[in-house]
Design a protein around this ligand. Structure first.
Ligand code: NAD
Length: 264
């Protein structure tokens, strides 16, 4: 009879947030993982609440990290960096879904990959990562004769703009067209003159409870190709992050791509 490995303990950072709640629900479907600790802001009104498996919500980072093998984090850049640092000190793997990190913050997080396995992604949806792949292919084939524009729509409470996913899609366009990064046009108002060639327009819309829509347009002479992803729940982001956490089990330290997790 072969021994059944016991599930790996998961720390959910931001456990009472919109994504934190979705991640906790998704954990119920992954038998190799179990909720072991839940971090929340010190001032959160539900501090001390008892969650699944008797886990009590805490703001004690050291105590939470000590309970776990892997962390899943959807919070803010400052919280993500601080918690990932604590996890690196304890050898706890890290799945970081927080968006809006500056270049310096992203580099600081990636540097922790020298000590622990990390997956950092602006979007953990399988379909969105497939969209990134399709956009790169389309950009390669259409070239810069087609102007690339991205429009994203998210709920009114979203803190960062444009979305991390829109920025990832812009990167994919540049990768497909030239490999070099291309200037982003983030707003247009007033006498702006003709559209600069080899630029990528990114426009952010905000409202209601929308969990995320991204449209990538390749606009040519007399024709337009549009690739669209529409999300109506957070469940697929959470499922992808949980899948990444399970996939990290036993990996050596390093920064892994979400595409590696999905085999794209
Ligand atoms: P949210 O505001 O609902 O949740 C964030 C939670 O973090 C809150 O509950 C907040 O109290 C908590 N928090 C604040 N300070 C904390 C601290 N010191 N320690 C622990 N927890 C703390 O936000 P959300 O909608 O869940 O989004 C969170 C992040 O995830 C955003 O950056 C968003 O863009 C990103 N996101 C990423 C993906 C993806 O697939 N990568 C998908 C959706 C959202």
């Amino acid at each position: 009879m072969s021994a059944v490995a016991s599930p790996r303990g998961v720390l959910v950072v931001g456990a009472l947030g919109r994504m934190g709640r979705a991640v906790r629900a998704a954990l119920a479907h992954e038998r190799s993982l179990v909720l072991a600790a839940a971090l929340e802001a010190k001032e959160h009104p539900e501090q001390g609440a008892r969650l699944e498996h008797g886990v009590v919500v805490t703001h004690d980072v050291a105590a939470a990290v000590a309970q776990c093998d892997v962390a899943i984090d959807f919070t803010t850049p400052a919280v993500t960096l601080a918690t990932a640092n604590a996890c690196a000190g304890a050898g706890v793997a890290y799945v970081a879904g927080t968006t809006g990190l500056s270049r310096a913050e992203a580099d600081a997080l990636d540097a922790l990959g020298a000590r622990i396995p990390i997956v950092r992604a602006a979007n953990f949806s399988l379909a969105v990562n497939t969209l990134v792949w399709l956009v790169r292919q389309a950009a390669q084939r259409l070239g810069s004769a087609f102007d690339a524009e991205i429009v994203e729509l998210h709920h009114a409470a979203k803190r960062d703009a444009p979305s991390g996913t829109a920025l990832r899609l812009a990167e994919a366009i540049a990768e497909g067209r030239s490999g070099a990064s291309e200037p982003l046009v983030l707003e247009r108002a007033g006498e702006i003159g003709a559209r600069p060639t080899a630029s990528i327009g990114v426009q952010a819309l905000r409202g209601g409870d929308n969990t995320g829509e991204h449209t990538v347009m390749f606009i040519g002479q007399g024709e337009r190709l549009e690739l669209v992803h529409r999300s109506s729940t957070r469940d697929h982001f959470a499922a992808g992050a949980v899948r990444a956490a399970a996939w990290l089990a036993g990996r050596t330290p390093g920064v892994y791509r979400v595409e590696d997790v999905f085999g794209l």
